[in-house]
Design a protein around this ligand. Structure first.
Ligand code: M6R
Length: 608
C-alpha cells in the first residue's frame, strides 16, 4: 500500500508534493511525510496522522523551500503508525532520502547484516533498510547504487530517491508496486497513481518492473537493471481533472455513486454495435470461445462479489461452468487449470497483490487470462493476456461503488458475447438483453434520485449492532456486496447469508429488533424468500426488503420496502445495489464516520 510522489522542476516542490499526496491518501493515511532539498540540505518533515497534520506542520509546504523533493502517505505494514516509522527514511549522514511503497520481504536479513556493519536504525520499517543499503553501495554513481540495491532486495517496491550529491536529479524505480512518471512544462513528477499528476500533465510513462528512471528538471532517462538506457513512450490519459476531485459532493463516495449512470454507459457503449456484442479486446474468436471448458473468476473484496454475480450470469446465459475464488485462497490452493480454462481476474486498481499473484499463477499453469480492470496501465492490465477495461474513471473513495457497478456490466457483456458465440440464447432473447442493458443507466439514475427515502430509513438504524443481509441466487451475491458496503464504512457488524442457509445456525442470532435486509428480485425465488423473511420476522427481526416494482405482496412479509425498477433476472444486481450503497453511505454519514477513508483500510491493497 502507501502512496509516493516526487517532484523536480522550476517550482517549489513542497506544495506540489502535498497536493499529489492528497490525491493518494486513498492508498493509506496513517502517517505522511516529505523531504525537500534546498540545494544545501535535505529537510525532512513527517508525522503520524492524516496529511492535514503534515500540511499544518509545514504551513502548506511554505516552511520547506526547494525545487526537488519526495513525499509519502503511509498504510503501515512494518511498524505501527508513528512519526518515526513515517516516510521518508534517510541514511546516517542524511545525504540520501527514500520513500517506498511495497514490502521488502528479506528486510530482516538485510537489516541484521547492516547492523553488523555498524548501521543504526531509527524505525521499525522495512524501508529504512533501503536507505542504509544505498548508503553502503553509493560511491558517487546513484544509478549503479540503486541497481546494486535492487539485486539485494526481495519483495515489491516503488521507490523515490533523492541524493544530496545530485541536486539536479530525482530517481525512481519499481518492482511489483505501481509507479508513473509525468512530464510537465518546467518540471517532472513521479507518483503511485494518475490522479496525483493529472493537475500537471496528461502524458504519463508507466514504469515496468525493474526499470529505473533518472529525472532531471527538463529530461527523463529510463534504464533497465543492466544500466542500459531504454526508450519508453508516454500514454495520454483522457480522464477529466474534475473526475479526480470531489466536485461539490460531500464525499467522493457519494460523487462516485452519482457517476454510476455515466460510468455504466461508458462501459457498455463501445461494446454494442447494432444488435451485436463486440469486445475486440477479448482477443478470442467465436471458435475459441466455443472451446472454453471452464471459467475461473478470481478477485478480492467487492471485485470477488462481482465475480459471484458473474458465475450466475455466465453459467445461466452461456452455459459454461464457472468457479469463483478469492485470490488469496486461489494462489495457494493448487488450482486445476489447463489451456481450456479461461481465468478472469477482476480488479479496480489492477494492483491488488493477491489478484496479481493469482494472474501469474494462472499463466504459469497454462490458462488464458482475461483482466477486467479499471486502472489503465496497471500491473494486472499489463500482465493479463487480454484486458477489458471498465470505464469507471478514477475511483477515490476506499469503498468501491462505480467500479463495482462497471465490473457487473463487463461480466454481463462477456456472458452475452459468450452466449452468442455458443448459441445458448436466441436472437430474440439477445435483443431483449441488449435493450435491458441500455436501460440500466437511466434506472440507476432514478434510484439515486430517490435517495431521501433511504437516508430517512438509515437514520433510524445508526445504533444498530448487527445487520444481516439475505438473498437467493444473484440476490445472495448482491447481499455480500451490500453487507460489505455497510460494514467497511460504518463499522456496524453485518453478514450476508444465502437465505436458505440461515436456519442452519445463524438464525439463532436474530432477536427483537435485529435488522435483516432481504433482497428479492428473482421471480422464481420469491416464494422461498418470502418464507425466509417470515422466519426471521417471527423471531423479532425488522425486515427491510429490496424488491422489484409491482411486488406489493412483499409488504406483508416486510416492515419497510424499497422498490427497484424491473429488468431481467441476470441484471437485477445492477439496480438492487444502488439502495444498498446509499444505505451503507447514509448510516456511515449519520454516525460521523470518515466515509471516504475508513479506518484500517486502503484503496489499493498491494500487500498479501
Ligand atoms: O482494486 P481491487 O478491485 O482489486 O480491490 C479489491 C478489494 O480490495 C476492494 O474491492 C475492497 O474490498 C473495497 N474496500 C470494497 O469496497
Amino acid at each position: 500500500m502507501c502512496g509516493i510522489v516526487g517532484y523536480i522542476g522550476e517550482k517549489q516542490a513542497a506544495p506540489i508534493l502535498l497536493d499529489g499526496l492528497s490525491k493518494l491518501e486513498y492508498r493509506g493515511y496513517d502517517s505522511a511525510g516529505i523531504a525537500v532539498y534546498d540545494g544545501e540540505q535535505i529537510h525532512l518533515t513527517k508525522s503520524k496522522g492524516r496529511l492535514k497534520v503534515l500540511g499544518e506542520l509545514t504551513h502548506d509546504g511554505e516552511t520547506m523551500p526547494g525545487t526537488l523533493g519526495i513525499g509519502h502517505t503511509r498504510w503501515a505494514t512494518h511498524g505501527e503508525p508513528s512519526d518515526a516509522n513515517a516516510h521518508p527514511h534517510m541514511n546516517r549522514d542524511k545525504s540520501i532520502a527514500v520513500v517506498h511503497n511495497g514490502i521488502i520481504e528479506n528486510y530482516l536479513k538485510l537489516k541484521k547484516r547492516l547492523i553488523d556493519k555498524g548501521y543504526e536504525f531509527m524505525s521499525d520499517t522495512d524501508t529504512e533498510v533501503v536507505a542504509h543499503l544505498l548508503d553502503r553501495y553509493y560511491d558517487g554513481n546513484p544509478l549503479a547504487a540503486i541497481i546494486k540495491v535492487m539485486h539485494r532486495m526481495e519483495g515489491s517496491y516503488a521507490l523515490g530517491i533523492v541524493f544530496k550529491d545530485h541536486p539536479d536529479q530525482l530517481f525512481a524505480v519499481r518492482k511489483d508496486s505501481p509507479l508513473i512518471v509525468g512530464h510537465t512544462q518546467g518540471g517532472n513528477i513521479i507518483a503511485s497513481d494518475v490522479p496525483a499528476v493529472l493537475k500537471y500533465t496528461r502524458d504519463v510513462y508507466f514504469m515496468e518492473n525493474e526499470e529505473v528512471v533518472c529525472i532531471r528538471r527538463d529530461s527523463l532517462e529510463f534504464y533497465n537493471v543492466d544500466e542500459e538506457q531504454i526508450e519508453k513512450e508516454p500514454v495520454h490519459i483522457d480522464w477529466d481533472v474534475d473526475a479526480a476531485e470531489k466536485g461539490g459532493y460531500e464525499h467522493f463516495m457519494l460523487k462516485e455513486m452519482y457517476e454510476q449512470p455515466k460510468a455504466i454507459t461508458d462501459t457498455i457503449s463501445p461494446r454494442i454495435k447494432g444488435r451485436d456484442i463486440v469486445i475486440e479486446e477479448l482477443g478470442m474468436t467465436d471458435e475459441e470461445i466455443r472451446q472454453i471448458g471452464k471459467i475461473m473468476i478470481v478477485a478480492c473484496g467487492s471485485a470477488y462479489h462481482a465475480g459471484v454475480t458473474g458465475k450466475y450470469v455466465l453459467e445461466g446465459m452461456a452455459k459454461i461452468p464457472v468457479e469463483v475464488d478469492l485470490a488469496s485462497e486461489f494462489r495457494y490452493r493448487d488450482p486445476l487449470l489447463d489451456e481450456k480454462t479461461l481465468v478472469i481476474i477482476i480488479s479496480q486498481s489492477g494492483e491488488t497483490a493477491d489478484s496479481l499473484a493469482a494472474l501469474r499463477e494462472s499463466k504459469e499453469r497454462g490458462a488464458k487470462v482475461l483482466g477486467i480492470v479499471n486502472v489503465i496501465g496497471s500491473s494486472i492490465a499489463r500482465e493479463a493476456d487480454n484486458v477489458m477495461y471498465t470505464w469507471a474513471g478514477p475511483e477515490i473513495a476506499v469503498a468501491t461503488t462505480k467500479a463495482y457497478s462497471c465490473q457487473l456490466i463487463a461480466l454481463y457483456l462477456l456472458a452475452m458475447k459468450f452466449a452468442a458465440a455458443r448459441g445458448t440464447v436466441t436472437e430474440k432473447e439477445m435483443d431483449a438483453y441488449i435493450d435491458d442493458l441500455k436501460r440500466i443507466p437511466d434506472q440507476v439514475e432514478m434510484l439515486l434520485n430517490n435517495k431521501n427515502r433511504i437516508q430517512k430509513f438509515a437514520n433510524r438504524y445508526l445504533a444498530a449492532i448487527d445487520v444481516f443481509f439475505i438473498g437467493r441466487g444473484v440476490d445472495y451475491a448482491i447481499s455480500l456486496e451490500g453487507s460489505l458496503k455497510l460494514k467497511e464504512i460504518s463499522y456496524i457488524h453485518s453478514e450476508a447469508y444465502a437465505a436458505g442457509e440461515l436456519k442452519h445456525g445463524t438464525i439463532s442470532l436474530i432477536e427483537d429488533g435485529t435488522l435483516v435486509v432481504a433482497v428479492l428480485t428473482q421471480e422464481k425465488l420469491y416464494k422461498k424468500m418470502l418464507s425466509n423473511m417470515v422466519e426471521v420476522r417471527t423471531r423479532g427481526a425488522f425486515v427491510l426488503a429490496v424488491t422489484n416494482e409491482g411486488n406489493d405482496e412483499v409488504e406483508r412479509a416486510a416492515d419497510y420496502v424499497i422498490y427497484v425498477p424491473r429488468t431481467n433476472s441476470y441484471f437485477a444486481n445492477s439496480l438492487a445495489i444502488v439502495p444498498l450503497q446509499l444505505f451503507g453511505y447514509y448510516i456511515a454519514v449519520g454516525k460521523g464516520c470518515d466515509v471516504d477513508k475508513p479506518r484500517n483500510l486502503a484503496k489499493s491493497v498491494t500487500v498479501e
